[in-house]
Ligand binder design. Structure first.
Ligand code: ZN
Length: 275
């Protein structure tokens, strides 16, 4: 499981990590306990799927689904199969989306998370199919859907097929929406490209972690395309909250409790409407 916190070369291996924001030397054990949040400055490090599941779901409740979906190389894109193999080793996951079901404060939910350590959390065919599988699981079992998104965007190695996942995932979310079952979308650093332009932006409630980069194109691409300097921090969670794109910024240590409270409210409202 990779951390955004890099190990310093002259530090005895495996025990310490350095915060990329405030440069504090932190014990790995401390970071385990804080879910990857720097106790000195509050920097939210990027965490992999296993850690994310641990942060969000009741211990031991997660059951993975859609594990039979395997990455293919439909365009025989140069170097892609090697990239996949390296990513598997580095991230300990077999694709950039891990989906299934579990419990949040004892409430059954369909749950999925992207893993930025696997080809930048990019969305190819398997990611699209797994997100759809999570939405269908929610639909069939009448549970809410909770997705955590962190992604560099569409997976270019799968060409136009990766762009088609935007429509596929959006349609699955729309179908769930017709039932009145809530979908909570959580945005973690960074959340960009085809993912933020599709299912990640479609939550009934959209939460973001503090300081996350969120946007369609990166600041450098926009600057060189339109030739204009953009306002400082215009693609952070905080800026987007101010401009109404997201509903709330929630620090990782209170994220699970916040999601549980929102789900309890929305599910009670749905029952009242039905009764
Ligand atoms: Zn720090």
């Amino acid at each position: 499981m990779g951390w955004a916190f890099r190990r310093k070369k002259n530090i005895p291996g495996g025990l310490w990590d350095k915060c990329p924001k405030c440069a504090a030397m932190l014990q790995k054990r401390q970071l385990e306990e804080s879910g990857g949040v720097c106790p000195q400055c509050g920097h939210h490090g990027r965490i992999g799927a296993a850690r994310r599941i641990g942060v969000m779901l009741d211990a031991g409740s997660f059951v993975e689904i859609a594990t039979d979906l395997k990455t293919s190389d439909p365009l025989e894109f140069a170097g892609y199969s090697g990239t996949i193999e390296r990513s598997k080793k580095r991230s300990n996951v077999d694709e950039a989306a891990i989906v299934g079901h579990g419990r949040i404060e004892e409430m059954p939910v369909a749950f999925g998370t992207l893993d930025f350590h696997f080809v930048g959390g990019s969305m190819g065919i398997v990611v699209g199919d797994r997100i759809r599988a999570a939405a269908e699981h929610a639909f069939e079992n009448e549970t809410p859907l909770v997705l955590v998104s962190t992604s560099g965007g569409a997976r270019m190695h799968e060409g136009a097929l990766s762009l088609m996942q935007m429509a596929k995932t959006s349609a699955a979310i729309a179908r769930l929406g017709e039932t009145g079952l809530p979908y909570i979308s959580i945005l973690a650093d960074p959340c960009t490209g085809g993912v933020i332009a599709s299912f990640a932006a479609l939550g009934d409630v959209i939460l973001a972690e503090p300081g996350a980069l969120i946007g369609f194109a990166g600041p450098r691409v926009i600057r060189t395309t339109i030739g204009t300097q953009l306002p400082e921090g215009f693609q952070t969670s905080e800026f987007l909250l101010e401009h109404g794109f997201i509903d709330r910024i929630v620090p990782r240590p209170t994220l699970k409790a916040e999601v549980a409270a929102i789900l309890r409210n929305l599910m009670a409202g749905r029952e009242r409407a039905a009764g």
